[in-house]
Design a binder for this molecule. Sequence first.
Ligand code: GDP
Ligand code: MG
Length: 449
Amino acid sequence: SLSDRLGGVFDRLRGRGALTEADVRQAMREVRVALLEADVALPVARQFVDEVTEEAIGQNVLRSVTPGQQVVKIVNDALVRMLGGDDPEGVELNLNVAPPAIVMMVGLQGSGKTTTTAKIAKRLSTSSMTGRSAKKVLMASLDVNRPAAQEQLATLGTQVEVATLPIIAGQQPVEIARRAVQAAKLQGFDVLMLDTAGRLHVDQALMDEMKAVADVAQPQEILLVVDSLTGQDAVNVAQNFSEQVPLTGVVLTRMDGDARGGAALSMRAVTGKPIKFAGVGEKLDQLEAFHASRVAGRILGMGDVVSLVERAAESIQQEDAERMANRLAKGQFDMNDLRSQLAQMKRMGGLGALAGMLPGMKKAQAAMDATPGSDKMLVHLDAMIGSMTVKERAKPELINAKRKIRIAKGSGTTVQEVNKLLKMHQEMSTAMKKIKKMGGLKGMMAMLG
Ligand code: GDP
Ligand code: MG
């Protein structure tokens, strides 16, 4: 991953004062390769690297961090910024008009327009999905090219319980759009979603049709739907569409696939418009608000380490962290550490939240899930650790069958539960070693200032 590579480049620089131009340029070569591997379009990668290079040169190297980590953080922050930041309000659709608000979907054939139309309609008409009042939504398909395209939308409409405009054979897109707007007005719909036809390639007939529809419907939102697996080609698509109609946002589909997030950066850079949603599957509830930091993490190949670090910085008291960091640096993780980690995890919103962010934690989570009632389990864990001798706590490998029975009796639990605790300790010890490999908790926290 990029973090590893940068670590290699910079490890020899540890302890130097500031990031020199030569250092930064060398690191940025790695960044550029990582961006291209993540399918960021070449001109976008180039521009990004130029901007970040300028920003990074001359920055002081923080005492307790390796320069590599610091550059990762600078790059990560720049990515999040360029992806539009993490403002959940910023991605909501603009429906603040006299109804009906009109949302038009554009994009190439097969990009996921029709599916996404139904997904958004479902979201808008289900108040529990938006936290806002449920909207009365009408969908209309203007796709007269693809056989049965209008029927496809009608079927999806039935599935998500959203009305679709009755199909009249032989009508052309502009006529259908006009009829849809009229119907939405007359029947008191809050939102009208227009699903348009796509071509396999950008062509002028498609563009002309799209512009004519936009003229008639005057949509508040024109969303460009792009397949995130398109990679390098996505840029040309986005450029073409954004030159022809005033896009208001982008939806990236198939983020559930092997997408490494590069298309997101390209889209944002080329259109200058926010990425409003991400499609994460074929099912009609598999649409998510776009999260810049998650995608930045994907591009850097470092999972959600940055958010893990941020959560940790918020919740762990500095002394605890220092103490822990010192112990981790020595490769130590005993039952006392487990006990204090459990207490911290409780403060941080449970092991579950952490488990999603760090690969090694998943196993610990599984061990915990195996026992019903996590809260009760925390109490049991505390009791079991309390029943251990000082020696056992410091050296859990001492705990043999006989000792297990004693600990179980002393804590009012079972040998099975003691085994689970030991397994959990082992899993966490492994996870902690991973954190250490990433520069240690202390280093990670110092990065955040
Ligand atoms: P259109 O031609 O742009 O209208 O594309 P469709 O909506 O018909 O979608 C084409 C195919 O992509 C369908 O099989 C969809 O189920 C699938 N699809 C759409 N969005 C997603 C997504 O986010 N993830 C996955 N895995 N498949 C998707
Ligand atoms: Mg379609």
